[in-house]
Write a protein that binds this ligand. Structure first.
Ligand SMILES: *[C@@H]1O[C@H](CO)[C@@H](O)[C@H](O)[C@H]1NC(C)=O
Ligand SMILES: *[C@@H]1O[C@H](CO)[C@@H](O)[C@H](O)[C@H]1NC(C)=O
Length: 165
């Protein structure tokens, strides 16, 4: 009985410490199950909505998965006016991975500029971890979480030692 309880604790602590100590780079599939496609006419903000639920970090990546379509990274005006050249970008089935390698804004549109006009475009902001009061508190938060993660690791070890006694 006592053994089963301890096993439960070990499993619990392992899960918690894994959550807090894994590296912070995530790969996000743009649009989740919808993937990268022309939004429905009544939901042209679908990619704005999708991005608004996520806090992006440097080193995260975006996976665009599409059918008979394409994705290009453009400038800010190219995003807002859907007029940046997509010459040579043929629609196809496929996927494209972009890494958010530095802080700042990123703009993506469908290579089909008509699709872009109709909402198939995405803007991402990756905050600079080294500036601004809000990102500062986020850094503190991340620091305390990793301290917590470290604490959990120690607790995990301790429980293991107790079990082996
Ligand atoms: C693929 O997209 C192009 C426009 O980008 C369209 O003209 C064509 O009909 C589409 N093909 C299929 C098989 O959906
Ligand atoms: C896109 O349109 C904007 C506004 O009309 C213009 O300033 C910009 O130069 C255009 N870009 C291209 C690549 O045509």
């Amino acid at each position: 009985m006592a053994k089963t309880n301890c096993l439960g604790i070990i499993v619990f602590v392992t899960i918690i410490s894994t959550i807090f100590s894994t590296g912070s780079a995530f790969q996000y599939k743009v649009g989740d199950a919808d993937g990268w496609r022309l939004p429905d006419d009544n939901n042209q903000e679908m990619y704005e909505t999708w991005a608004s639920n996520i806090n992006f970090h440097v080193k995260d990546s975006l996976l665009f998965v599409y059918k008979n379509d394409s994705v290009i990274k453009v400038s800010k005006p190219g995003y807002y006016h859907c007029n940046e050249s997509a010459i040579g970008v043929a629609p196809k089935d496929g996927s494209t991975l972009f890494t958010l390698d530095k802080p700042g804004f990123y703009y993506f549109v469908s290579g089909n500029l008509d699709h872009c006009m109709r909402g198939q475009r995405l803007t991402i902001e990756v905050p600079d971890p080294a500036s601004g009061p809000s990102s500062h508190s986020k850094t503190n938060m991340a620091a305390s979480l990793s301290v917590l993660g470290l604490g959990m690791q120690w607790m995990h070890l301790l429980v293991l030692l107790l079990i082996w006694k």
